[in-house]
Design a protein around this ligand. Structure first.
Ligand SMILES: Nc1nc2c(ncn2[C@@H]2O[C@H](COP(=O)(O)OP(=O)(O)OP(=O)(O)O)[C@@H](O)[C@H]2O)c(=O)[nH]1
Ligand SMILES: [Mg+2]
Length: 283
């Protein structure tokens, strides 16, 4: 899934980008940008941590465990040209600054939303807010986010980046002194995931256990197409078990005995956490 980062110039987009991608080297490096006519966005991909996939891997012990991917795209500044770079992303991460000279988060929020609303290809995209904040929390913006049903994740991006870059012993010392809270990526996933309007299904095939991302309300035949176009074309039926049901018994054998595995046809709407086995036939 592609996630585009937006926010006013200097709001902390690149700092957030680096925090969420574990400081991965931006590509292309920012240093080369001035020579180029158009400054390219930073991009980096990360595996989406998922304890459910970890559990499946511990049960099946496959050779390969494949996590879903978040690809973050971080364009510079906040110009129309920049926004047009984001037309192909699946969702937007909107960084709202509340530190230093940035003292009016609501105002910045409105300004960015105003621009977005004028660009049809962006205005319909799912959105998660990141309040990039210093010491003081601004309740107004939190209330606004709630009112508009936008998930809001708050952390201090600059501080988090500094913590990430600590040596392990510095980190231990810091943790002893201040305590280290939930890491930003985990926070982003826990709070923000529902706002991304995406669900996850799993496949267990041969030596690979894999997580797949899917839009909600997708019929299973389309999910098959994500795995392989042949599977969609030759789709016959699918066997499904919800993750929680599987976890309660711990094996397909037991699940079958207990009647927890369902056979569904092509119109079945895939649910978050479904473990799916596709049956297909291609001539
Ligand atoms: N105090 C403080 N400074 C921050 C925070 N986040 C970012 N900064 C600083 O603000 C400046 C701009 O941050 P960037 O991450 O480059 O902002 P940006 O939105 O990517 O900027 P453009 O790409 O130019 O639009 C940098 O000097 C950061 O170190 C924060 O949470 N607290
Ligand atoms: Mg930037």
């Amino acid at each position: 899934m592609k996630l585009g980062i937006i926010g006013l110039k200097g709001s902390g987009k690149t700092t957030v980008f680096r925090v969420l991608t574990h400081g991965k080297i931006a590509h292309p490096p920012l240093e080369v940008a001035p020579q180029l006519e158009v400054i390219p966005p930073n991009t980096a991909s990360i595996k989406v941590p998922d304890p459910r996939l970890d559990f499946l891997a511990s049960v099946f012990k496959p050779k390969k465990t494949t996590y879903a991917i978040f690809e973050f795209i971080d364009p510079p500044g906040f110009a129309k040209a920049t926004l047009s770079l984001l037309q192909t992303v699946d969702a937007l991460i909107h960084v709202i600054p509340s530190f230093g000279e940035f003292k009016e988060p609501i105002k910045y929020f409105d300004e960015v939303m105003g621009e977005i609303e004028q660009i049809e290809s962006l205005s319909q995209k799912p959105m998660v807010l990141i309040l990039n904040r210093g010491e003081e929390v601004n309740n107004e913006i939190i209330e606004r986010a709630e009112k508009q049903s936008l998930p809001l994740v708050d952390f201090n991006a600059k501080l988090e980046l500094e913590i990430e870059e600590f040596e392990p012993n510095e980190r231990d010392e810091y943790e002893k002194e201040f305590g280290i809270g939930e890491p930003p990526l985990q926070r982003f996933i826990r709070i923000g995931y529902p706002g991304l309007k995406i669900i996850t299904f799993f496949t267990v095939v041969g030596d690979e256990v894999k997580a797949w991302q899917l839009n909600p309300e997708t019929p299973v035949v389309r999910a098959a197409g994500k795995v392989h176009s042949d599977m969609e074309r030759g789709f016959i039926r699918a066997q499904i078990i919800g993750y929680e049901d599987f976890k309660s018994v711990g094996s397909f054998g037991l699940a079958k005995e207990k009647g927890l595995i369902r056979v569904v046809n092509r119109d079945y709407i895939v649910q978050d956490g479904d473990i799916i086995e596709f049956r297909f036939h291609v001539r």
